[in-house]
Write a protein that binds this ligand. Structure first.
Ligand code: RIB
Length: 305
């Protein structure tokens, strides 16, 4: 069983369904508001765990009731929480609106995630893990420290530079696997991605800059993998009815990492992760929509690819 460390965010997602997203300055009526456990780090941890990995979560919660709820639910999802610390601030919150097409808008209030720092990272025993998953929802200082310590310990880091705002591109020098969506790839490469050709160009450029392995996810257009050894895989997406796209990317990353770390080859890991994210967009919420390995296998058995 692969042993994965996720160093990242945990949020309470407060999700309201809307007919359409409001314009600046406009007030609109929401249809229903629900509280879900989320955060890119926690979502990826749950996805990896449900895909068969042994997962340890490292990050910070506040001392409020949201923090208690999140830790209870992550423990129920079989995530090891010994590296989660408490900070005397509020737990991270994501205010999310979902429109009728299932597309979301997210406003983050980082809270304890931003308070997770270098001293916390220094307490982690990195040598215990096969791979580390990292995103851009904790402090930049903590991210740098994880990358430095992982490079010293020779543990591969799978970096998801999301959200891309404020991401320091210098951090990429110590990343083994870069997994990002088309908007993040546009931002980092400076190349406009309107179709698969744009994604290929952006991926080539980032490989030239030294990234060892790279995946660009393209939503309904699938995903693209390239590496320094010249391997190139394009994986189409499954066609499903979209309910809520929240955590689809996180599901893809956690599922892919679990399979790859277990020794499954790239193409098959991508195929599995694509199916997992198709199931995630078919259901509401972040962690509530992340499928188990059994659900992914049943889905794959039910569709022709
Ligand atoms: O990627 C989805 C996640 O982004 C949500 O769960 C929310 O918490 C934000 O971090």
């Amino acid at each position: 069983m692969a042993n994965i460390l996720v160093v990242g965010s945990m949020n309470m997602d407060i999700v309201t369904k809307v007919e359409r997203h409001p314009f600046p300055g406009e007030t609109i009526q929401g249809n229903a508001t629900t509280f879900y456990i989320g955060g890119k780090g926690a979502n990826q941890a749950v996805a990896a765990s449900r895909s068969g990995a042994f997962v340890t979560m490292a990050g910070a919660l506040g001392t409020d009731s949201f923090g208690m709820d999140i830790s209870k639910r992550l423990a129920e999802a079989q995530i090891e929480l010994g590296c989660v610390v408490r900070k005397p601030v509020m737990t991270g919150i994501a205010l999310i609106t979902i429109d009728q097409a299932g597309e979301n808008n997210i406003i983050l209030s980082a809270g304890a995630n931003e308070a997770y720092g270098e001293a916390d990272v220094d307490k982690l025993e990195l040598l215990e893990y096969d791979i580390i998953l990292l995103q851009n929802e904790i402090s930049s200082a903590a991210i740098t420290r994880v990358l430095d310590r992982a490079a010293e310990a020779n543990i591969p880091v799978f970096m998801n530079p999301a959200p891309i705002a404020g991401f320091d591109a210098d951090q990429l020098r110590k990343v083994s696997f870069l997994i990002l969506n088309e908007l993040e790839a546009e931002e980092l490469s400076g190349i406009r991605i309107q179709d698969i050709n744009g994604a290929r160009q952006a991926a080539k450029q980032m490989l030239e800059e030294g990234i060892p392995h790279l995946i660009i996810t393209l939503g309904s257009k699938g995903s693209l993998y390239m590496d320094q050894a010249g391997m190139h895989v394009e994986m189409p997406a499954f066609t499903v009815a979209v309910v809520d796209t929240t955590a689809a990317g996180d599901t893809f990353i956690g599922a892919f990492a679990a399979k790859y770390a277990e020794g499954v080859e790239i193409k098959e890991s991508l195929h599995y992760a694509t199916a997992a994210s198709a199931l995630a967009v078919s259901a509401a919420g972040a962690q509530s929509s992340i499928p188990t390995e059994e659900q992914v296998s049943a889905f794959l058995a039910s569709v022709k690819f």
